[in-house]
Write a protein that binds this ligand. Structure first.
Ligand SMILES: [Cu+2]
Length: 352
């Protein structure tokens, strides 16, 4: 009985993967190391995984991605001055759609990438800068980059699909408004292009800057590894359970600023709960006054904002989706709060 169910499942997976012309690779040589858990999706599909966390740097996957590095990595571009004195920030973004990522032990998934990773690079500029994106499509399908924010219609990345095999387009616009915005491919079927990973974060800093802080980016995402339009895994920054097994180290009495962007498709809502603390929340990051002081925000597709908080007490604190299904499928992490070495000697305080 078990075997026949398994063979039916394998057949379904094979048909789905061929029909959708996507890669779903299960190398025979890779064996799960411990007992597999079974996830049943809403429509009866079955996904098996040990649930063990993987260090993506040491897997055989072709996408090399380190969530700890991504967390605090900001790309300011190649900087020059335009004749009128405006700062120009140039970025090169290359789309590909042939990389494979090991999502969980033995579960491999075809990711579509900007500059080789999911999410793509976090792009950062100051309000009023000129942003120039040299976009190259090295994928096998048409792609674009659609930035959220303010820009001319022809820079919107919707009606100018960039052809596969080296097609190019230059997006150029003034950075604004201040805040945190997503960028993503806008080629139809849109859901497919987003779900496979063609998205990233675009931060616009205010001219006067923000108060010093330990800054980080969290993209909330889902992974539909069996192509049934239900997510099988959820994460902050792509790798399920990663920050639970590799806690994010922060200090007491230090301002933490998290740029959070929800890119989960299929599920209408996501949320973020912080333990042992509350945070000031700035929806979209566009206002200087926080709208909420809370330990829970709810985010629909591409909703985003800035969280600011400080911990008084050292220790381990969870952060996770309070939608328990999501946290049990990978969207959970830990802040490891250490006593601030500066606290006693200098009494440094951030924020106000
Ligand atoms: Cu695309």
């Amino acid at each position: 009985m078990k075997n026949s169910k398994a063979s039916i499942m394998i057949s379904i997976l094979a048909i789905v993967s061929v029909a959708s012309s996507l890669y779903f690779v299960i190398p025979g040589s890779i064996e799960a190391k411990s007992e597999e858990k079974t996830f049943v999706t809403h429509n009866g599909g079955i996904v098996r995984t040990t649930g063990e966390v993987l260090d993506p740097l040491y897997t055989s996957a072709t996408m090399e991605f380190d969530p700890m590095e991504y967390l605090r990595e900001f790309n300011y571009g190649r900087v020059s001055q335009l004749p009128d004195g405006t700062t120009l920030r140039e970025f090169t973004i290359i789309a590909e759609d042939d990389k494979i990522m090991e999502v969980s032990s033995g579960v491999f998934y075809n990711v579509w990438t900007f500059n080789g990773t999911v999410p793509g690079p976090t792009i950062r500029a100051t309000e009023g800068d000129m942003v120039r994106i040299n976009f190259i499509n090295n994928g096998s399908k048409s792609h674009t980059i659609h930035f959220h924010g303010i820009h001319p219609a022809e820079m919107d990345g919707v009606f100018e699909p960039v052809g596969p095999g080296g097609g190019q387009f230059t997006y150029e616009f003034e950075a604004g408004p201040v805040g945190v915005h997503p960028y993503h491919c806008h080629v139809m079927p849109l859901e497919e292009h987003i779900v496979h990973g063609l998205y990233g974060v675009y931060i616009v800093d205010p001219k006067e800057g923000r108060s010093p802080a330990d800054e980080m980016v969290m993209v909330l995402n889902g992974l539909d590894t069996d192509f049934d339009t239900e997510n099988n895994f959820y994460a902050a920054n792509t790798i399920p359970f990663y920050y639970q097994h590799h806690p994010i180290q922060i200090n007491t009495d230090e301002l933490i600023r998290v740029y959070v962007v929800n890119m989960v498709e299929f599920d209408p809502l996501n949320n973020l709960h912080l333990h042992g603390n509350l945070y000031h929340y700035y929806p979209t990051g566009t206002d200087t006054v926080p709208s909420f002081y809370t330990d829970m925000i709810t985010l629909s597709q591409t909703e985003r904002g800035i969280m600011e908080f400080e911990y008084d007490y050292p220790g381990k604190y969870l952060f996770h989706a309070h939608k328990v299904e999501f946290s049990e499928k990978g969207w959970v992490g830990i802040f490891l709060v250490k006593e601030n070495p500066k606290s006693d000697t200098t009494g440094v305080e951030y924020g106000s």
